[in-house]
Structure formats: structure tokens, C-alpha cells
Design a protein around this ligand. Sequence first.
Ligand SMILES: Nc1ncnc2c1ncn2[C@@H]1O[C@H](COP(=O)(O)OP(=O)(O)OP(=O)(O)O)[C@@H](O)[C@H]1O
Ligand code: SF4
Ligand SMILES: [Mg+2]
Length: 335
Amino acid sequence: MQTDDILRVEDLHVEFRTEDGIVNALRGIDFSVDRGTVLGVVGESGCGKSVTATSIMQLLPRPRGVIKQGRILFNRLEGGVAEEVDITALAPGGSRMRSIRGNRIAMIFQEPMTSLNPVYTIGSQIMEVLKIHTSMGSAEGREWAIDMLRRVGLPKPVNVFESYPHSLSGGMRQRAIIAMAFSCNPDLLLADEPTTALDVTTQAKILDIILSLQDEFNMSTVLITHDLGVIAEMTKRVVVMYLGRIVEEAYVHDLFHDPKHPYTEGLLKSIPGTGHRVKQKLHPIRGSVPDPYTKIDGCAFAPRCPHVMKKCVFEEPPLFPVGENHSARCWLHGR
Ligand SMILES: Nc1ncnc2c1ncn2[C@@H]1O[C@H](COP(=O)(O)OP(=O)(O)OP(=O)(O)O)[C@@H](O)[C@H]1O
Ligand code: SF4
Ligand SMILES: [Mg+2]
């Protein structure tokens, strides 16, 4: 079947083997990203958002982090011809994966300083990326890098090019990281909480920059966040994760106006200022995410769910279709 997915993740299972036991970080997730669009991934801390991104980049900490099962199909366009690559079949340190990582798929990490090396200037770090992934010479590369720094809204881009990371504010560093991520014109951007560390005004500016660049470069983006407000502003389609599983998938409008999974409902009620719930009071979801070593039978949300039924405790629900392009993993919607 001919599709225009740039990325298709199928039945992905990832586990961490730790001294205290096995953490089943991803327990079978499926989603796809349409070319040129932004897919939102949302869920509470520990549900597996970052592990999803690091698996796609083949950057899981080895040997403790292991892809147990599933495929990550990246559909790259090579001279106008589509070529599908299963990332899970590539050696993490091999030349094919290195050429995809950074060149075709770029990632903005949750911790800004993980992306920057404190001992090199911003300019030399962008130039290094360009040297590895493009055929630009040093004069051309310098010009391109300074232009990218200007495009992400950094005043005095030449000064920033020559600065060390520690001399920049958090917002400026994040802009420099975005410039670096975009400098190779990647097909897919994985943005993992790109604004969490920043104040609200800077957050809004950074999100605007990402949106306008992704539009200009016709790039596809996976935007990871725990903030439904960001999802509402930035994305059309969204997947909601809970304990290593996707529990709901929908267009943003449907998710906000007609959530079908009790967990999504809880998330929406818990966040002030999103959509039609602006005037409602905060209702944090009762209970907390169970310890990651817990063995899960039945529905993972059962201990916190206000609608829990007998069946929920013993049998895990599949994803049921609940509308057009809308599905929810909950027994309230099927049997
Ligand atoms: N290196 C690791 N070793 C062991 N367990 C890990 C490791 N990295 C992640 N995990 C576990 O995998 C699960 C998913 O973690 P992940 O970092 O993907 O969560 P997240 O959704 O990104 O959370 P947050 O919103 O806090 O960033 C968690 O239970 C976490 O403890
Ligand atoms: S399957 Fe049962 S416990 Fe799980 S979310 Fe639905 S009603 Fe709640
Ligand atoms: Mg994370």
C-alpha cells in the first residue's frame, strides 16, 4: 500500500535491564507520522515519551536498554524516490544509522545541555554537524550557520557563533540547539520537551520558531510534551501515552472536545487554560503512575480509573475505534 508516512512505528517493545529488575518502558506502541505534519505525543512523566524518541534515534543506553520487538520504519526520499528503512535492523553505531541520525532525523533533547559541548563554541559545533553531514566548505558552512542562528531569532548571530554555551541564557541556548537541529535540513525532527526548561514567554517564542521553520523546510515533527496546551497550539494529531502504551489517538480537536479514554479526560481536567475547560477547577488525576517494575495485568490505568470494572483488572483492552481516525484503549468502548 502506498502511504505518505515518513515514520511508522509498529508494535515497539523496549525494556531496561537494571539491577532491580526489568523495566518494560514500551509495551507495544504503534503510530505513524504523516509527511509534513506535527504529531503530538503526550503523557505523564515516565510513560515512555523520551524512550520512544531515543529508540527512533538508536540512542538507547546500551546494553541495559534493548528493543525487544517491533519495527521503526523510516521512509526517506532519495532523489524523489521513497526508500523504507527499518531502523531497528541497523547497527546503532554503523554508517547507515549515523547518516540518518542528525542528517535525516534530528533530535532536540529534553536537557538542553546534553546537546551542547561546553568546551566548544556554538559555531564550531554547528560547523562540525555540517562537516559530517553535508559537502559545504568552511566559508559556506560558516555563512549557513550564521544565517540559521539569525533565523531562529538570535540577535548578533556572529557573536553567538563565536560564543561558548555557558555565556548564553537558557532561551538563547535552546535557539542555538534548534539552529543546529535544522542546519542539515532533516526530514524528521524529534523535539523532546523542547521548551520545558524555559520561562513561559520564551517557551511561546521557541515554539513559534519551530513551527515556522518546520513549515518552511516542509519537515515532519514528533513533538513530545506533557503539556496539553502546547499540543493544542502546535499539532493536528496526537497520541496519548500511559505506562508504555498508547491509550488514545485522535485529531487534536476531537481529543479536546470529546476525549474517550478516562486517562485523557483526567489529563484535560487537570490542566488549566486548555480549550473549553479554561474556567474549570484543577482536578489532578487521583493516584500516581505505578512503579516501573510493577507487572501489569489488565488495563494499566485501572488503579486510578473512576470507571473501573471487573474485566479491566484481568484483561487489557485493545485500541477500539471510537470515531473517524479516533481510537481508545478502554473497555468502555467495546468488548
Ligand atoms: N536508562 C534507563 N534505565 C532504566 N530505566 C529507564 C532508563 N531510561 C528510562 N527508563 C524508564 O523507562 C520509563 C520511560 O521513561 P521515559 O524517560 O521515556 O519517560 P518520559 O515519558 O519521557 O518522562 P518525562 O516526562 O519525565 O520525561 C520510565 O519508567 C523510566 O524510569
Ligand atoms: S479499561 Fe477500564 S480501567 Fe481501563 S480506562 Fe477503561 S474503564 Fe478505566
Ligand atoms: Mg522524557
